[in-house]
Write a protein of this length. Structure first.
Length: 241
């Protein structure tokens, strides 16, 4: 029976961590468009000498429409913007093809997040039928530590890889998730790759990791607090209701 309880705790915690990862990505790229503006200024993406010569406000508007498309809230990327003083379509055919694949990936991840929520709920309900609350919370805290250690190992390995060769990691990521090569864009013709250079993805990855760490630490602190409160009640001879 202990193996079943540990398995259920593992399913719960892995599901929760998956929800946290997807939510961290969502928070990083959807809650503050000021981040995009800072990045655009940092990498001077809309300078007059480049192919993205437009006002910052309009570039942010294009960005918002692009992000809504990736989330499934917009049907297409047919976006007209004033570039070089003329109205032009911002995205070319190749960019639209690649972004359609990115949209499928992101929308799919959001759906899987709901599946993970369901799995976590079922696992927790199952544990509630097998154990008392204080035993459940001790078990979940142990599962949290074990899952966190495993995830730290993965993140550390990816971090070392990114530090040594971020371009190589970026390439492998795209080759893994995208079957075609539509994601290989020409900087001389693609406005998308000009507004989202490699440095942008490095900064975004760091932002996602920081948000994830903060949320994870808060969750760990809550689990530890609840676990210790229950132990004190047991040591003092109290009851848990």
């Amino acid at each position: 029976m202990k193996h079943v309880e540990r398995y259920l705790a593992g399913v719960f915690m892995i599901s929760v961590f998956f929800v946290l990862i997807i939510s961290s990505v969502e928070i990083a790229v959807y809650t503050d468009y000021g981040f995009f503006e800072k990045e655009y200024k940092k990498y001077d993406v809309n300078n007059p000498k480049g192919i993205v010569n437009m006002e910052m406000d309009e570039l942010i508007s294009v960005t918002k429409n692009m992000m809504q498309y990736l989330r499934g809230n917009r049907e297409n990327l047919d976006i007209i913007a004033t570039i070089d003083g003329e109205e032009k379509e911002f995205f070319n055919t190749r960019e639209k093809s690649h972004m359609a694949d990115v949209r499928d990936l992101f929308v799919g991840a959001l759906k899987v997040r709901w599946f993970a929520v369901g799995m976590a709920t079922l696992a927790l309900l199952s544990l509630m039928m097998l154990l008392y609350w204080d035993d459940i919370k001790v078990l979940l805290f142990r599962a949290y530590i074990a899952t966190l250690l495993g995830l730290v190992g993965v993140i550390a390995a990816l971090g070392i890889w990114a530090f040594i060769d971020f371009t190589g990691l970026f390439y492998k990521f795209h080759a893994l998730f995208f079957s075609d090569y539509e994601w290989i864009l020409d900087t001389s013709t693609s406005r998308l790759i000009n507004i989202l250079p490699e440095g942008f993805f490095v900064d975004t990855a760091i932002r996602i990791v920081v948000i994830f760490i903060l949320i994870t630490l808060i969750m760990g602190a809550v689990l530890l607090f609840v676990k210790n409160v229950n132990i004190r009640k047991r040591n003092l001879g109290g009851t848990y209701e």
